[in-house]
Ligand binder design. Structure first.
Ligand code: GTP
Ligand code: SPV
Ligand code: MN
Length: 607
């Protein structure tokens, strides 16, 4: 039997009345066997992970290969974000906009109440106080996640600052917190044997933007369950940002230092599994340029008193795509992971107790255990790791972490990149004509879908600012917010905007551009454009590098390949403009005027 409301309250280690009330209310609804308040300590982590190993959810990895690290394997039906089941329940349907699923809030609340009733029976209910961003920020953004998954607790400890220090600060400030309720939706009958990855066929990821609350039911995976990440730091935070005058974005942040020892900060928005972690941990292949990391997935930005756009990373860890991460492509990530203290989900296991995934090493091991627990050899026609397998690793294990990561006010941006996965049409890099044209580029960003979300792969879709699945309100209002915020500041101080595409193909199907460390060449060109040093062709779509303005020193690449990567093709762009037109029509009346003018401008330049 569960604890009574009185017991729950008498055990609650907090004086914060709203938190006490909410925890008691949730315990009454969900009926857990016990309530546990997470303190965030190392000792607690050791106990939790031991319990998860005993339950079969985690497997401890060989400590000589990956110290203090674990592998988890999810239910095969719970491997990615579920966009179809993600809802923005604003009071008015129009406030959710055409990019979100919507349901009338009280109808959704009734549904959620039914789902959560008794959903934690036989389990422990964990209460996780957390903060996104700096605890000492001027206006720290608190949340409390209640979950019945110890795997979620362990992962949240890597991804955010959690526990007693946060709770004390919430009390001291008598602060608002976002209530974020999560259940895997798999109650246990007395005596019933648990499974390694409990979850429910039915999944609901629900946000109430006005009351700033989150409910997640049925999934234990990634952004569905680690509620500080996409649910809070993007969907709810984008609504807070609209109301408070800032921006919550799906972006990485990096610091770049030139051979002249001048430093620049750059943010980049790419859709899920389109290269943020890789660019954030860039290992430059050109001499004299140094890169340091500030963030790899989420960026909160605001204009400072001097009109400069400043960026912070609200997260404390990486939840990075494993496949394709290797000693060749991303040695900095490999070094961070190798320090241990990581949770790997849906990777393959090596026979010596380590993890492996496609692209990690040149040679595929002769034998593995695949992510579904089956014996695997290289002749098999399916990958050993799931395509959305992930590593969860503390950000402070990155050797190249910029010290500014710890600055509560963040860093001033010189440039913003937008980019997607496009086989055709979009050149390697295009500088926008000006800020407004840059917002146009962001608003029309498009990409082929990836394994980061459940559903069809490789389908081309528009993904404005790489935020399509993460804007917590009307997409047209979101674009208006970008336009309005930036129109209030000195245009000279705005970051320069670039559109990039690492994924264009040559006619034989291969990548036109080598990517990864060689993307430093594109970053260098962008910085030299900002400094007024690099040449460009003024094309109808923006400024594209001349073939010799890109530093290709030491790169084995044919002229045909470079041309294929940089080409602006009139026919492809006629189709693109048509498709942008269609996209913009879907906004109804809510698109900012400025962007319609940008589209007209593009069409007339294309002729
Ligand atoms: P989320 O965490 O889902 O938001 O993704 P992300 O944007 O951080 O993507 P990530 O950097 O993890 O890259 C996803 C996949 O793209 C990995 O398999 C990478 O190996 C691959 N990738 C990243 N950069 C490049 C590149 O420059 N060229 C090519 N060809 N592939 C790349
Ligand atoms: C993404 O899908 O953009 C991710 C992974 O970063 S998840 O945290 O699962 O959303
Ligand atoms: Mn992401």
């Amino acid at each position: 039997m569960g604890q009574t409301a009185q017991q729950v309250l008498s055990d609650a280690p907090t004086t914060h009345q709203r938190l006490r009330d909410w925890v008691a209310e949730v315990a009454q609804l969900t009926q857990p066997d016990r309530v546990y308040w997470v303190d965030g300590s190392e000792q607690e982590y050791a106990v939790l992970t031991d319990e998860l190993v005993a339950a079969g959810t985690l497997k401890r990895l060989n400590p000589e290969l990956f110290p203090n690290s674990f592998a988890a394997f999810s239910d095969p039906k719970d491997v990615a974000r579920v966009e179809e089941q993600t809802f923005i329940c604003s009071a008015k349907e129009g406030d959710a906009g055409f990019t979100n699923n919507w349901m009338e809030p009280s109808e959704m609340k009734t549904k959620l109440n039914d789902l959560f009733a008794g959903s934690m029976r036989g389990r422990t209910m964990y209460v996780i106080p957390f903060v996104m961003g700096h605890l000492e920020a001027k206006d720290p953004k608190f949340g409390v996640e209640i979950t019945d998954s110890a795997y979620v607790v362990a992962s949240m400890r890597i991804m955010a600052q959690i526990g007693t220090d946060v709770l004390r600060k919430i009390e001291e400030l008598d602060a608002f917190f976002v209530p974020a309720l999560h259940s895997v939706g798999a109650p246990l009958e007395p005596g019933e044997q648990d499974v390694p990855w409990p979850c429910n066929e039915e999944k609901w990821i629900v946000h109430f933007p006005e009351e700033r609350s989150i409910y997640s039911y049925g999934s234990g995976y990634g952004g569905n369950a680690l509620l500080g990440k996409k649910c809070y730091a993007l969907r709810i935070a984008s609504v807070m940002a609209r109301d408070e005058g800032w921006l919550a974005e799906h972006m990485l942040i990096l610091k770049l230092t030139s051979p002249e020892q001048k430093s620049y900060y750059l943010a980049a928005a790419f859709p899920s599994a389109c290269g943020k972690t890789n660019l954030a941990l860039l290992d430059p292949t050109i001499d004299g340029w140094k890169v340091e990391t500030l963030g790899d997935d989420i960026t909160w930005m605001r204009f400072d008193d001097e009109g400069r756009l400043r960026a912070v990373n609200p997260e404390a860890g990486l939840f990075g795509v494993a496949p394709g991460t290797g000693w060749d492509t991303n040695p900095n990530a490999m070094r961070a992971i190798s320090k241990g203290n990581s949770i790997f989900t849906n990777c393959a296991l090596t026979d010596d107790g380590g993890v492996w995934w496609e692209g990690m090493t040149h040679e595929t091991p002769a034998h593995l255990t695949d992510w579904q627990g089956n014996s695997w050899t290289p002749e098999m026609d399916h990958p050993a790791a799931h395509p959305n397998a992930r590593f969860c690793t503390p950000i402070n294990q990155i050797d190249m972490l910029a010290p500014e990561y710890h600055e509560p006010d963040g860093v001033p941006l010189s440039a913003i990149f937008f980019g997607g996965r496009r086989k055709t049409t979009i050149p390697l890099v295009t500088q926008s004509r000006d800020w407004s044209h840059g917002i146009f580029m962001g608003s029309t960003l498009s990409s082929e879908t990836t394994a980061a979300a459940a559903g069809e792969l490789g389908r081309l879709r528009r993904d404005p600012m790489a935020m399509l699945p993460f804007i917590g309100y009307d997409a047209g209002d979101y674009l208006k917010h970008w336009v309005k915020l930036s129109s209030a500041v000195d245009a000279e101080k705005l970051p320069k905007i670039f559109l990039v595409n690492w994924f264009r193909r040559t006619p034989d199907g291969g990548f036109a551009w080598p990517g990864f460390g060689d993307n430093s060449r594109v970053v260098k060109w962008a910085i030299e454009r900002i400094e007024g040093k690099a040449e460009a062709v003024d094309t109808p779509i923006g400024f594209v590098p001349t073939a010799d303005s890109l530093d290709l020193d030491g790169l084995e690449i044919s002229t045909e390949q470079v041309d294929a990567a940089l080409k602006v093709d009139a026919l492809e762009w006629a189709e693109e403009a048509e498709s942008i037109d269609e996209w913009y029509r879907r906004f109804g009346g809510s698109l900012p005027e400025e962007l319609l003018s940008e589209l007209e401008g593009l069409k007339s330049r294309l002729g």
